[in-house]
Write a protein that binds this ligand. Sequence first.
Ligand code: NAD
Ligand code: UFG
Length: 337
Amino acid sequence: MAILITGGAGYIGSHTCVRLIESGYDVVVIDNLDNSSAESLRRVEAIVGKKVPFYQNDVRDKDALRRIFTENRIDAVIHFAGLKAVGESAKIPVAYYDNNLISTLYLLEVMAEFDVKRLVFSSSATVYGLSKTMPLVEDMPLGAINPYGRTKYFIEEMLRDLYASDDGWSLALLRYFNPIGAHESGTIGENPRGIPNNLMPYISQVAVGRLPHLNVYGNDYDTVDGTGVRDYIHVVDLAEGHVKAVAWALEHTGCEPFNLGTGKGCSVLQLKDAFEQASGVKIPYVIAPRRPGDPDTVYADASKAKAVLGWEAQRDIAQMCVDTWRWQKNNPNGFES
Ligand code: NAD
Ligand code: UFG
């Protein structure tokens, strides 16, 4: 069984390649390396002891997609490729709609040409918008609040329409909560370009001295300690969720959303404390104003993934911090170290 992984050189994609290969699948990667480096795939190869066929192409290049489907017998696709920075998406929305929507449209067209109708799509908890009701359940109303979120919402709608038109498709819409952590080897992990937008890479870059202190965006939320609460999930648990979702897609037809989270909330200060515990490094911080658009609390009801996919997150916050620290300490400048 061969799985095409778009965006396979990226953070979640590289960890998913490892777990898929370890589960007996062949993988083929397409990535334009816009937000990643070929070094991550070399390290994936070192972990699994196997070459990973790699096409350095844009998913919006239909001829490249056709070449991949011609040269490889692809059984299913996992579509990670896309732009993902919420703040940036408000500054350059057209680039986000162009990359995320066009890449998905072209991918679906070429998949249909080659009669490959099994897709696992990287959606996001952001499609729930600013819901006040927690935990978030898959059948709740959707309503993204920024251009990035809307690209995910629009793609989900496209996939629902596609299935309504042809029930031979198998479409798993994975709504990730907050992926953090790294592979247990410490050789692959999150490698953001520039100053990180997200909390965990920011904390770990403070820990290695690349940044002076953490800015905590608001301490007056209605939460346990006033700081924002999120459902952090270990990236390897997430990767294992993809292995289960591919198996589901190979055996069923349907168009189904699944929350991939732990179902547990953790505040900014709780995550900082857990990281200090795991690393033995003090993280200085200052309280800064709230970040516009940030909800106070977000966490998943992950029971559907357990019931239907047989998947459940296994790793706790302490493990997420230990693994992040191992990666960051060994690679203070990411893949450029
Ligand atoms: P990432 O940026 O590390 O990985 C995305 C990869 O796609 C990168 O390697 C990039 O070079 C590649 N890419 C982007 N556009 C491309 C294109 N047009 N053609 C070919 N390659 C392209 O991001 P990630 O954190 O691994 O996220 C993977 C997916 O999961 C994304 O779709 C993202 O929106 C989604 N997601 C991520 C998070 C998160 O917090 N990391 C949360 C929810 C959803
Ligand atoms: N935070 C800080 N300081 C920082 C960064 C973040 O205090 O330097 C706080 C935020 O205010 C929030 C929490 O840490 O309370 C988590 O913030 P992240 O930026 O790490 O994550 P978000 O929940 O805001 O967003 C993430 C992804 C989005 C995705 C969303 C929902 O970045 O792409 O989860 O899944 F849409």
